[in-house]
Design a protein around this ligand. Structure first.
Ligand code: UT7
Length: 332
């Protein structure tokens, strides 16, 4: 059924935060059997940020959220709901969103996490949009925040070189009828490749034991090639579908803010969508793959440095573990 694409919610403020500590490819050369050249050529990554000891996901989310609230001219007390996309909450229970609520100094609004891996921010955005569409809430804080450095096997070169830490946030408010806002969000999951990107131990299925720790089953496992293929296919398809449904041609898209997992994936999606790479917001070289944080960090950078202007049509797309993927089309 075609969905009403008249914007009902609008992003009124964005914010981001990355930790200070830089881990370069050259640093990694000293840790595992890899090279700066391999990492740059195969992924586009030059360096990534690593959280300091004692820093938790909600600490990073807090700074991003405060910056987004400042940009929106709102206070924490103006919020009606907090949704955090994350797979690295401060604790398995309760949610990172609950910690964030407390750190923002507010009480008694719904605050919860969504687990959709790298698509987590777009899932959170979609949920926030639906609550505003329904008239239930006015101001929703949506966040993507990840502290992946804690869940990586730092001896496994096929994963540890790829990821980084960071957080991004956006404040959603009711659209005011001028055409600006969230035009559509599309969410997808296909579990066929569930084992290709997962953390095998530590959930209800498999306990953490000395043996599982020895086998690094409590750390991120990825079959990169499996994910690469579906990423190119699904991100292209979801993006093309969002554009067709909205009656928007590729040439009308001013900016694409893609999940920053691999420069080769982004280039292939750009080619297939027939949107020049110059219209993609890219920061993978500086931050690597920050999972759910990558889109809101890139969005915030492009808003703050003036690349994204009011009324620009922006396409966002992400894919990660699940396999879960999503697209969002907004007029900023
Ligand atoms: O955000 C969540 C979604 N994730 C993704 O979208 C990631 C999707 N996948 C990818 O981005 C790519 O598959 C990777 C970057 C993970 C890997 O790149 P690839 O071109 O698919 O490499 P590969 O796995 O086919 O490995 C090629 C070679 C292998 O050596 P042999 O068997 O050819 O001798 C690997 O052992 O590269 C080797 N290799 C490395 N060499 C140096 C793998 N990792 C490294 C490394 N440094 N860090």
């Amino acid at each position: 059924m075609p969905v009403d694409q008249t914007p009902k919610s609008r992003i009124v403020g964005t914010g981001a935060y990355v930790p200070e500590r830089v881990l370069s490819n050259l640093d990694l050369e000293k840790m595992v059997d890899t090279s700066d050249q391999w990492i740059r050529e195969r992924t586009g990554i030059r360096e990534r940020r690593i959280a300091r000891e004692g820093e938790a996901t909600s600490d990073m989310a807090l700074v991003a959220a405060q910056r987004a609230l400042d940009a929106a001219g709102l206070q924490p007390k103006d919020l009606d709901m907090i949704v955090v996309g994350t797979i690295t909450p401060d604790m398995p229970m309760p949610s990172c969103a609950a910690f964030l609520q407390r750190k923002l100094g507010i009480t008694d609004i719904p605050a919860f996490d969504v687990s959709a891996a790298c698509a987590g921010f777009l899932y959170a955005l979609s949920i926030g949009d639906q609550f505003i569409r329904s008239g239930m809430h006015r101001h929703v804080l949506v966040v993507g925040a990840e502290l992946l450095s804690r869940i990586l096997d730092w001896e496994e070169r096929t994963t540890c070189v790829l990821f980084g830490d960071g957080a991004g946030a956006a404040v959603l408010a009711p659209a005011n009828g001028d055409g600006r806002g969230v035009l559509s969000t599309k969410l997808h999951t296909d579990a066929t490749l569930i084992e290709s990107l997962c953390i095998r131990a530590g959930g209800s299925q498999e306990r953490i034991t000395p043996e599982s720790i020895r086998q690094k089953r409590d750390k991120v496992f990825m079959n990169g090639q499996d994910i690469f293929k579906v990423a190119v296919k699904n991100l292209t398809r979801a993006s093309a579908c969002a554009l067709t449904e909205a009656g928007i041609g590729a040439s009308d898209v001013r900016w694409v803010v893609p999940h920053q997992a691999n420069m080769r994936i982004i280039s292939q999606v750009a080619q297939r969508l027939d949107i020049p790479l110059e219209r993609f917001v890219l920061n993978i070289d500086r931050y690597g793959n920050t999972s759910s944080a990558s889109i809101p960090i890139a969005l915030d950078e492009a808003v703050r440095d003036g690349r994204i202007q009011p009324n620009d049509t922006v396409l966002m797309c992400a894919l990660g573990g699940g396999i879960s993927w999503a697209s969002a089309l907004i007029r900023l």
